[in-house]
Design a protein around this ligand. Structure first.
Ligand code: AMP
Length: 504
């Protein structure tokens, strides 16, 4: 039995009903039980009479019911907006304002603003508010939106990436043909559902009729508990950022002998250090290490490579892989020439898996997306080059960074610091070791005459209110003047030097 993401229907019903479909942080569902719950939830949603294609917020943290809710939305061609609890309520409200959603399927127990007409909780109980009907977003009958994932935006407004049925189907054709996974696999989840990395294990396990093993944040932090769970459920495909796996490499029991069910490590979202891949191959000699690359705007991932020992030996840098067959990737220089290792160019992704653009953000869509011979193009802002038909990644030239795999626009943090009374100027700066961001530091210039006592606490309070925890700077520092470099821009390096020299 399996759930087909393209049609939103359960298929191959004759067998596999007793197998586990979803192991949530709270309870497990067999495929038969999962199907029954999806149907009940879809009926409940239908009874609300929402306009066709109305977006539905799905909030919680790794409950089996979140998967039920997302599948029910797919069945009805309602886009779902996954919101993990790592996203604080203030940001949820901004997302509600952008989507106009009038239904939240909630597993958090949080109180939602009364602009939301319906809140359906994990037990099926419904809370209603009287509000004027909102159409939400236009229904795209020919290619309905499957989900909208919100990522950090440089101006402080989150950006809603719309992924349609066609894009999801193209992604799944690649996943189910090129990755070597099957219905007997158990996909080990770690990333929150608001991070598109989680679409890997969510969509692939549903599409293949496999098992999805969800792990909450507390379990993921507790190595013994996490590895016990992986062993208990025979987890076979580990999906995470490289940082998460790297942390597990300090665990002596994280080996192929101790966890023999793990056969594949699937990475995406940030650079995979060669040392991480090498150590995993040493610890798990029978397993594959798969590096994949791609932004949320091109449905999870676009390139793939099996990182074997030969690959590690042959290339000085870590390759990010071969483009998927249905897509096309190019690295272009401003004058149109193809990039080289000596002269990396911007990575552009073309194909059916590219998003139709950000929700209600025409200006940014015009800048980042294009159309070429009927195909969608996304200008990633990443830089790279090709060698032997394989893409290599060479960082970015803008203010977007990755911290433990989470995508962060530094301007998003800066905007929140500037919103605090008494702040004259502020900037979020990454502290790096080599190319890896280790932490983010917020520098603040207080307004003349502003009360400095309590300013740091006030900024921290605002940041925690408005941003996911992973975006809140590890440290804040008050400075009298922002140093300026030769190009008359704020000298970030000088600020970091100041920070490193601070009295401790
Ligand atoms: P996200 O939209 O959160 O998946 O972040 C996408 C961004 O993460 C890309 O545009 C790259 O900057 C970075 N990224 C994703 N995968 C890789 C990878 N395998 N190696 C290096 N950077 C990556």
């Amino acid at each position: 039995m399996r759930f087909d993401i393209e049609t939103g229907r359960f298929k191959d019903l004759a067998s596999g009903g007793e197998k586990l479909a979803v192991v949530g942080s709270d309870r497990s569902l067999t495929w038969s039980a999962f199907q029954a719950e999806v149907e009940v939830t879809a009926d409940r949603i239908k009874a609300l009479g929402l306009p066709a294609g109305h977006p539905v917020l799905v909030r919680g943290h790794k409950e089996a019911g979140m998967v039920v809710a997302m599948a029910a939305c797919i069945t009805l061609d309602h886009p779902y907006v996954p919101l993990d609890l790592v996203v604080p309520m203030e940001r949820v409200q901004r997302i509600l304002a952008i989507t106009g959603s009038q239904l939240v399927i909630d597993h958090s127990g949080d109180v939602f603003p009364s602009t939301v007409a319906h809140v359906l909780d994990g037990q099926g109980a419904l809370t209603r508010h009287q509000v004027a009907a909102s159409a939400g977003i236009p229904f795209r009958a020919e290619d309905p939106i499957r989900y909208i994932i919100f990522t950090s935006g440089s101006t402080g407004e989150p950006k809603g990436v719309r992924i349609t049925r066609e894009a999801a189907a193209a992604f799944l054709r690649w996943m189910t043909s090129d990755f070597g996974f099957g219905a007997n696999d158990v996909f080990v989840n770690q990333a929150p559902f608001s991070f598109d990395l989680s679409v890997y294990e969510l969509f692939t396990s549903l599409q293949l009729g496999a098992t999805l093993l969800l792990n909450d944040a507390a379990t993921a932090k507790d190595a013994a508990a996490f590895l016990d769970r992986v062993k208990q459920y025979h987890g076979s495909v580990w999906v995470s950022t490289p940082t998460f796996a790297y942390l597990y490499l300090t665990e002596p029991s994280f080996t192929g002998d101790q966890v023999p069910s793990l056969r594949s490590f699937l990475f995406c979202g940030e650079a995979l250090p060669k040392v991480t891949a090498q150590r995993l191959l040493d610890r798990f000699p029978a397993a594959r290490v798969l590096n994949t690359y791609g932004p949320t705007e091109a449905t999870v991932a676009t390139t793939l490579i099996d990182v074997t020992r030969e690959v590690l030996e042959r290339y000085a840098e870590m390759p990010v892989g071969f483009p998927k067959r249905e897509g096309q990737v190019r690295t272009v220089l401003p004058d149109g020439r193809e990039a080289t290792k000596a002269e990396p160019g911007e990575i552009e992704i073309i194909g059916p898996h590219v998003s139709i653009g950000y929700l209600n953000n025409d200006d940014l869509n015009a800048e980042k997306f294009a159309e070429e011979e009927g195909q969608r193009v996304f200008r990633t802002g990443d830089y790279g080059w090709f060698q032997d038909g394989i893409l290599f990644f060479n960082g970015r030239r803008d203010e977007q960074v990755k911290l433990n795999g989470f995508r962060i626009e530094l301007g998003d943090i800066t905007a929140q610091m500037l919103a605090v009374p008494g702040v004259a100027d502020a900037i979020a700066v990454p502290l790096k070791s080599g190319e890896t961001v280790k932490r983010i530091v917020g520098f603040v210039r207080p307004a003349p005459g502003a009360e400095q006592a309590g300013l740091i606490e006030a900024i921290n309070a605002q940041l925690r209110l408005a941003l996911p925890a992973y975006m809140v700077p590890a440290d804040l520092m008050l400075v009298d003047v922002f140093p300026v470099n030769n190009s008359h821009k704020t000298d970030r390096k000088a600020l970091i030097d100041l920070y490193m020299a601070r009295p401790r």
